[in-house]
Design a protein around this ligand. Structure first.
Ligand code: DWN
Ligand code: ZN
Length: 416
C-alpha cells in the first residue's frame, strides 16, 4: 500500500527479485473500476495487463500496475456491503476471530488493512473491541466513519505500523480481506505487519485463490488492482523473510474461490496439518510449474472465443443482452474479448456511483437495476458470477419470464 512503490517490477519478481517474464498478455487495459462520465472518455488511462509467474518463489503477479492513486481514491467505485452474502460472510469471519484469537484477552486491539466501508470491523465495534481500519479510498472510509468505526485513510507500510503501535499499542490480530493481493509492495507490508503484531498475535487474510483461478479459467480475477494471485506456497515464501509463519489455511467459496491464510510470529504457534496438505495439493495441481500457465493461457483464449461466438450469434438474432453487475472483473473480460455496446446493451448495477457512467475501455453504459427489471432482456451476461447463488435466487422472475443467463466460469454456457 505504499504509494511510492514502483508500478513496474522492471522484469523482476516483486517478492524475491528473481528475473521473470509474462507468459501472456490480456492487452491494453483501462483501470478496472475506472467508470467514466461521458465527458471523460477522451483521456482514459491504459496499461498492459500481462501476468507472470515466478518459478523461484511461486508468486503469480502483474509486471505492470498503475500507480495506486489511480485505483484507490475518493471516487473508488466498490463498496463491499453491496452483497448480502458478503455481509454474512464477514460477520462469521469477525465472530470467529472474536471467539478464538481474542477470547480471554484483556482489551484486545484489532487492525484491518483495507477495511472498505467497515463491513467486517462493524462487528468488533458492536462488541466494544478496540479496532482501527486503514482504508486509502476516502469515500468508502467515510462510510465506515459515519457508522462510528475508527478508520484512517492511508496506505499501510512499516512507518504507519510504527505510528499505530506507538499510539494504540501492538495488535492482537491484523486482518485483511481482498486487500493483500492489491498491494504491490508486499515485502513492505509484511515488514509493517511484523512490527505491528504482538508476539502472540495473528495475521489473517483472505484473497482469491490461484488454484481456483487455474482450475476454473476465471481469468477475470486478473486486473489492475490484483497485482498478486496467491497460493499457500507463495504466501509461505513471501512472509518467511519477516519471521511470519503460515500456520493455517482455510478455503472459502467467496469471490469464486478464495483462501484464508493465518500467519503468526515464527515458532509462536503450532502449524496445522492443513498447511502441508494444501502445499501437496498445489504441487499435484502443477501450480509450481510454468507449463500450467501456458495451458491456462490456451484456456483463456478458448473461453474468450467461445463467449464471443455466443454473443455474435445472439447479436445476429437481434436478441437483447444486458450485463449483470459492473464488476471490476468484467473490465478484463469485456476488453480482452473485445465486447462493445453492440454486444451488451447496458450493464445493470446497484451501486449508485457506477450508474450513469460508462464501463472502462469499452464504454458500455452502466444503468440502475430498475432498468433491468423494467424490461427484462432476452439474456443476462452474469459478470457478477461470484454472487451467482444470491443473484439467481433474487432473479427467479427473470427466468420465469423466459430470460436466460450467459455464464463463462468455469465454461461458457447459457443456463436457466
Ligand atoms: O478485490 C476486490 C473485490 C473484493 O471486490 C476489489 N478489487 C474490487 C471488487 O471486485 P468486483 O467489483 O469484481 O466485486 P464484486 O463483488 O463481484 O462486484 C459485484 C458488483 O455487482 C458490484 O458493483 C455490485 C453489483 N451487484 C449487483 O448489481 N446486484 C452485486 C449483487 C450481488 C447484485 O445483486
Ligand atoms: Zn519470486
Amino acid at each position: 500500500m505504499n504509494p511510492t512503490a514502483k508500478p513496474l517490477s522492471n522484469g523482476h519478481c516483486r517478492v524475491c527479485s528473481a528475473k521473470i517474464a509474462p507468459f501472456m498478455s490480456f492487452g491494453r487495459m483501462p483501470i478496472a473500476n475506472g467508470f467514466l462520465r461521458p465527458d471523460e472518455t477522451g483521456n482514459e488511462y491504459f496499461f498492459e495487463l500481462a501476468p507472470a509467474f515466478c518459478e523461484s518463489c511461486g508468486m503469480f503477479q502483474l509486471l505492470e500496475q498503475p500507480q495506486p492513486e489511480k485505483m484507490f481514491h475518493e471516487q473508488y467505485a466498490f463498496y463491499s456491503s453491496t452483497s448480502r452474502y458478503m455481509q454474512a460472510h464477514f460477520e462469521v469471519f469477525a465472530l470467529s476471530v472474536i471467539n478464538t484469537v481474542l477470547a480471554e484477552r484483556k482489551d484486545p486491539f484489532v487492525v484491518e488493512l483495507g477495511s472498505n466501508d467497515g463491513i467486517m470491523l462493524r462487528h468488533f465495534k458492536a462488541r466494544g473491541v478496540r479496532h482501527l481500519g486503514i482504508e486509502p479510498s476516502a469515500n468508502v472510509a467515510e462510510v465506515a466513519r459515519t457508522q462510528g468505526i475508527s478508520t484512517i485513510s492511508a496506505f499501510f507500510d512499516h512507518k504507519l505500523a510504527d505510528g499505530i503501535a506507538a499510539e494504540h499499542g501492538r495488535a492482537d490480530a491484523i486482518l485483511a480481506a481482498n486487500v493483500m493481493c492489491h498491494i504491490p509492495d508486499l515485502p513492505g507490508v509484511a515488514a509493517g505487519v511484523q512490527r505491528l503484531l504482538k508476539p502472540d498475535g495473528v495475521f489473517i487474510f483472505e484473497d482469491p485463490y490461484l488454484g481456483d483461478m487455474i482450475a476454473k479459467t476465471s481469468y477475470d480475477q486478473i486486473y489492475d488492482e490484483h497485482v498478486f494471485i496467491f497460493s499457500a506456497n507463495s504466501v509461505r515464501c513471501a512472509f518467511e523473510p519477516f519471521a511470519l509463519e503460515l500456520i493455517d489455511v482455510m478455503p472459502q467459496i467467496t469471490h469464486g474461490g478464495s483462501m484464508r491464510y493465518t500467519l503468526a510470529p515464527k515458532g509462536s504457534r503450532q502449524v496445522s496439518i492443513k498447511v502441508n496438505e494444501q502445499l501437496a495439493k498445489e504441487a499435484a495441481l502443477g501450480l509450481d510449474r510454468a507449463e500450467t500457465y501456458h495451458r491456462f493461457k490456451a484456456n483463456c483464449e478458448n473461453s474468450r472465443d467461445a463467449l464471443m461466438r455466443t454473443l455474435e450469434r445472439l447479436r445476429g438474432q437481434e436478441k437483447r443482452v444486458v450485463g449483470y453487475g459492473a464488476t471490476s472483473k468484467s473490465t478484463t473480460v469485456i476488453n480482452y474479448c473485445g465486447m462493445t455496446p453492440e454486444h451488451v446493451e447496458f450493464i445493470s448495477d446497484t451501486t449508485p456511483i457506477k450508474q450513469g457512467r460508462l464501463s472502462p475501455g469499452a464504454h458500455i453504459p452502466v444503468k440502475p437495476y430498475g432498468e433491468f427489471t423494467k424490461r427484462y432482456p432476452d439474456y443476462a451476461l452474469l459478470f457478477a458470477w461470484n454472487h451467482a447463488a444470491e443473484i439467481r435466487e433474487k432473479e427467479a422472475g427473470f427466468v420465469s419470464a423466459g430470460g436466460r443467463w450467459i455464464v463463462y466460469v468455469p465454461e461458457v454456457a447459457i443456463v436457466a
